[in-house]
Design a protein around this ligand. Structure first.
Ligand code: NAI
Ligand code: MG
Length: 492
């Protein structure tokens, strides 16, 4: 190991200046079964389909476990179990329903280290994120909705909210357990029952959650978990006894689901992709803004639907911002996701890595200038992408228009607030945005004019179960979290 020096010129990459870190691997043991079944009617069952697939650790390519690939008959069994359980669950005293949610939340807290490690192993995200972001927010979502269960009349004054029935919930791989909580907690609080389908690359924490549901004696059938890929999701969404479909994932699949639900009485909420803008004004606290940009695009390898993937900087400060961004990028730690020092972990799958590489090639091909991380060498095995950003980006470039879902940032400039707004809104998406300025009036003015479900001011990626999250335009519709989120799980 190189000696640690305390002297380093501000703009030298610390790696070159002799900085090194001792490895600090997370060693909490996590029991993983060799194979898993489907969680239906309160117990684990072998799939009727008899089909299985492997889930791997994207940082090592090691096989972690064999996962059941649920077919249409399995999905039907899960939906029937949910249907049977729904009446009794809805008739249960609301304060009793709340107790189950509180128990789930507490058990998640008690087992949070184990769950965080497993999330990192199955999905590739850094342990410091799964431990400090995913798990606390997962527990928080159950606690928050436990509080609503017996107060729904106050959420909808003068009306009588009733449960919808069986909810089919399909979630992605970027925040597996947290997305499960975002879907399950409000549905259960409102008296619905659920069939949840995790993403095929990250099923393991959902299956651990099934263990927790057994530990807290949740009545059988109230939550069912079916694993599998797109075909399993399609079978769930198309099942005639599913009354509501909730989806988070790609805009492409969101459109397929919208078509499959059209003409039925099913309710639908979609939380899709984004191309969210961060806008830095010259009067902003630049260091703080750069830190916000770092977390908005490089957090979780850029596998974030609301990632701030387009950066608009007021022209007079662009050199300063780019300089600081480059410096900060070079100080990131990229590598073993189980190392507590790691900032950027593994890309979730070989497929996603190819997508990111294709976009980076397109950016260079179209003439944008790439600034790439030059720090530590990447591990030999696994799927990795160095954090990078592009300058010289034109609004017409594909990297400025399409969702990349990787650690790739496009930097552009503006001269007036009007130009910032029109450029930021020039996208088919509308999920989130960030505004960085020291002028309070500008914050309100700009936030009002941005087409985005969430606008963060002088911060980014700040979440709270009480605050609704969701998009406009091709980023989807419906909200998750807060009183608004409950609305998707009741009828009147
Ligand atoms: P995807 O949209 O295919 O997968 C999300 C979930 O939908 C998974 O559980 C998947 O099994 C399921 N699914 C796939 N096809 C389905 C169908 N026809 N019917 C029902 N369910 C179906 O996303 P994918 O392929 O993993 O990633 C592709 C791109 O999507 C990414 O590059 C990224 O741009 C975007 N994405 C956005 C996410 C978000 O949080 N908004 C999350 C994941 C991906
Ligand atoms: Mg995996």
């Amino acid at each position: 190991m190189k000696p640690i020096t305390t002297e380093s010129h501000e703009h030298d990459p610390p790696a070159d200046a002799g900085w090194d870190y001792s490895p600090a691997p997370e060693r909490t043991p996590v029991p993983i079964d060799e194979s898993y079944g489907l969680f239906i009617d309160g117990s684990m069952r072998a799939p009727l389909s008899r089909k299985r697939f492997e889930t791997i650790n994207p940082a090592t390519e090691d096989v972690l476990s064999s996962i059941a690939d649920a077919g249409a008959k399995d999905v039907d069994a899960a939906v029937q179990a949910a249907k049977k359980a729904q009446g009794p669950w809805a008739r249960l005293k609301a304060s009793e329903r709340a107790k189950y949610l509180y128990r789930i939340a507490r058990r998640i807290q008690e087992r949070s280290r184990e769950l965080a490690v497993l999330e990192t192993m199955d999905g590739g995200k850094p342990i410091k994120e799964s431990r400090d972001v995913d798990l606390p927010l997962t527990a928080q979502h159950f606690f928050y909705h436990a509080g609503w269960a017996d107060k729904l009349a106050y959420a909808f004054p003068g009306r009588t909210p009733k449960p919808i029935g069986v909810c089919g919930q399909i979630i992605p791989w970027n925040f597996p357990l947290m997305m499960a909580a975002w879907k399950l907690a409000p549905a259960l609080a409102c008296g619905n029952t659920c069939v949840l389908k995790p993403a095929e690359t990250t099923s393991l924490t959902a299956l651990k959650l099934a263990e927790i549901l057994q530990e807290v004696d949740l009545p059988p059938g109230v939550v069912n978990i079916v694993t599998g890929a797109g075909a399993t999701g399609a079978a769930l969404a198309e099942h005639p006894d599913v009354r509501k479909v909730a989806f988070t994932g790609s805009t492409e699949v969101g459109k397929v689901l919208a078509r499959s639900v059209a003409g039925t009485s099913k309710k639908l909420t979609l939380e899709l992709g984004g191309k969210s803008p961060n806008i830095i004004f010259a009067d902003a606290a630049i260091d703080q803004a750069v830190e916000g940009v770092v977390s908005s695009i490089w957090f979780n390898q850029g596998h974030v639907c609301c990632a701030g993937s387009r950066l608009f900087v007021e022209e007079s400060v662009v050199d300063e911002v780019v300089d600081k961004l480059r410096h900060r990028m070079q100080s990131l730690r990229v590598g073993d996701p189980l190392d507590k020092n790691t900032d950027i972990g593994a890309i979730n799958s070989a497929e996603q890595l190819k997508t990111i590489e294709r976009y980076v090639d397109a950016g260079e091909h179209e003439g944008a200038i790439m600034h790439e991380f030059s720090g530590q060498a990447l591990p030999d095995k696994g799927y990795w992408h160095r954090p990078c950003f592009f300058t010289g980006v034109q609004p017409s470039h594909v990297i400025a228009r399409e969702e990349i879902f990787g650690p790739v940032l496009s930097v552009m400039t503006f001269r007036t607030p009007e130009e910032a707004i029109s450029r930021a809104n020039n996208t088919p998406y509308g999920l989130a945005a960030g505004v960085w300025t020291n002028t309070g009036s500008k914050v309100f003015e700009i936030a009002r004019k941005l087409d985005a479900g969430v606008v963060w001011c002088n911060t980014y990626n700040t979440f709270d179960a009480a605050s609704p999250f969701g998009g406009f335009k091709e980023s989807g519709f419906g909200r998750e979290g807060g009183r608004h989120g409950l609305q998707s799980y009741v009828k009147f």
